[in-house]
Design a binder for this molecule. Structure first.
Ligand code: BGC
Length: 256
């Protein structure tokens, strides 16, 4: 139970990697979890119930992370319901799978706002609260192998993840004097809704699996366990960098 007395916010927390993170933080004994969501309130209610079964406490908050006032709403919910904020997981993300030639202004704005603006201001509002209460904190940005590795045909997404890489490094340095650690977690291909089209196309899936040295996509739990580690005491000297959880994908010489 390494996260006893810790209070967390997970953006995009009711599906995919976010949902797995919420559950793992609860299993590690987190005292309270704010689950941010925008769609599927029923999934959030189910998740809240599962957390209660695990002996934890959670509250779902309908908040659009591309808006600063909604991010502040998440922090306020953590403080009001659980008294403090120790762990901010900037996880919410989308992709359009569009190239530099065909991405529209609307697609660009959506991807950049939901992925990068949310992480920037999520870091800001969380860090302000952590500084106010004292005692440090953890900010964990869920990026991607594509924070570093081009994915042709997914340009705005790569841009957003590359921005999160520099956010992690720069905010990590700025916030270190407060003992607020900022770390990026870069998953490879994970069995989540974002990858449904690949998972349902046998030819695409086989091509993807053969490019991954471990030979398969990750389960969301395999990303969540790394996030839980980073939120705990064992990761007290890790900041301003990213950890890739990709089954070796980035080092593979087999192209996607
Ligand atoms: C993207 C997926 C992609 C995976 C591996 C993820 O960040 O969201 O679309 O399959 O990276 O390239």
């Amino acid at each position: 139970m390494s996260l006893q007395n810790k209070v967390a916010i997970v953006t995009g927390g009711n599906s995919g990697i976010g949902q797995a993170i919420v559950l793992d933080l609860a299993r590690q004994g987190a005292a309270g979890i704010v689950i941010d969501y925008v769609v599927h309130p029923e999934a959030t209610v189910e998740l809240e119930k599962e957390i209660v079964k695990l002996g934890g406490r959670a509250i779902g908050v309908d908040a659009d992370v591309s808006k600063i006032e909604d991010l502040q709403k998440l922090v306020d919910a953590a403080v009001k319901n659980f008294g403090r904020l120790d762990i901010m997981v900037n996880n919410a993300g989308i992709e359009t799978r569009t190239s530099v030639l065909d991405t529209t202004e609307d697609q660009y704005d959506k991807v950049l706002n939901i992925n990068l603006k949310s992480a920037f201001f999520g870091t800001q509002v969380a860090a302000r609260q952590m500084i106010k209460q004292g005692g440090g904190g953890r900010i964990i940005n869920i990026t991607s192998v594509h924070e570093d590795w081009p994915m042709p045909g997914n340009t705005a997404y790569c841009l957003s993840k590359g921005g999160m890489r520099m956010l992690t490094r720069t905010a990590g340095v700025e916030l270190a004097p407060y003992n607020i650690l900022v770390v990026g977690v870069g998953p490879g291909a994970v069995e989540t809704p974002i990858n449904l089209s690949t998972m349902h196309d046998p030819a695409k899936l086989q091509k993807l699996n053969s490019a991954i040295p471990l030979g398969r996509m990750a389960r969301p739990e395999e990303i969540a366990s790394v996030v839980a580690f980073l939120a705990g005491d064992g990761a007290s000297y890790l900041t301003a960098t990213s950890i890739f959880v990709d089954g070796g994908l980035m080092q593979s010489s087999v192209g996607l």
